[in-house]
Design a protein around this ligand. Sequence first.
Ligand SMILES: CC(C)(COP(=O)(O)OP(=O)(O)OC[C@H]1O[C@@H](n2cnc3c(N)ncnc32)[C@H](O)[C@@H]1OP(=O)(O)O)[C@@H](O)C(=O)NCCC(=O)NCCS
Length: 237
Amino acid sequence: MIAFFPQDLFSGAQRTLIYIIFVLIYKYMAKRIVVIGSGGFAKEVAFLIQEINTVSNEWNFLGFIDDQVGNSVGNNAILNNDNWLLNSNETIYAAIGIGSPKIKKSIADKFSVNKNIIFPNLRHPNATGDWSNIKMGKGNVICSSCCFTTDIDIGNFNAFNLCTTLGHDAIVGDYNVINPSTNLSGKVVIGDSVLIGTNSALLEDIKIHSNTIIGAGSTVVKSITEAGTYVGTPAKK
Ligand SMILES: CC(C)(COP(=O)(O)OP(=O)(O)OC[C@H]1O[C@@H](n2cnc3c(N)ncnc32)[C@H](O)[C@@H]1OP(=O)(O)O)[C@@H](O)C(=O)NCCC(=O)NCCS
């Protein structure tokens, strides 16, 4: 950036000052965002925000929201607690960095009362999908290397962790957590608050009842019509 300013027009100090002004303007214009939570998935969501910024400079990441204010989490810190965010009287963006559907729902319910808090969809720049034919609500997190196809309907506050695939005509409800390398085939229908363990597969046309847990490495070969925990190949209760 400093090299951008012609040396004969500006002195070194002037160029540094102009650079700092540009950085401050950028920080001011970028949207302020926090990540709720400070555990492993929260750190990954912060990393996702950092990755999005390498392409679009969209976000000014302020830090995490949790009780241990001031503690560091990776390269960042816990900025403030729930009450601070709940009482925000300025627009602020928030992402939920929690890997449990149940807790995620309670957090979404709690913070949705303040209309100044906006839950954007965060999508890694390398995630592929026919985005103009994918409907999406708010608060969804789509991590690196996800691969969605077309005519897909996604609700709110879902997490699609690394390398998840989602086939044509799939319908996904709210608050679901899909762990890495899971393959959701065409026409699957996922209810709400479902946890799908890493490296699982759902065959085409499968429906999953809300509040279901599917263990890591499972293959679901027929629809699950009753909540519970299902594991194995084929997945059984
Ligand atoms: C299914 C799951 C939720 C069960 O957790 P849990 O209730 O704590 O169950 P336990 O670990 O006590 O195991 C209970 C039994 O189920 C078996 N089991 C657990 N997970 C299993 C799985 N994924 N596939 C097959 N069997 C499994 C255990 O071997 C144990 O069998 P046993 O009673 O014969 O010894 C959990 O094992 C799981 O797969 N979670 C997904 C985690 C994940 O995706 N993590 C990635 C984060 S990015």
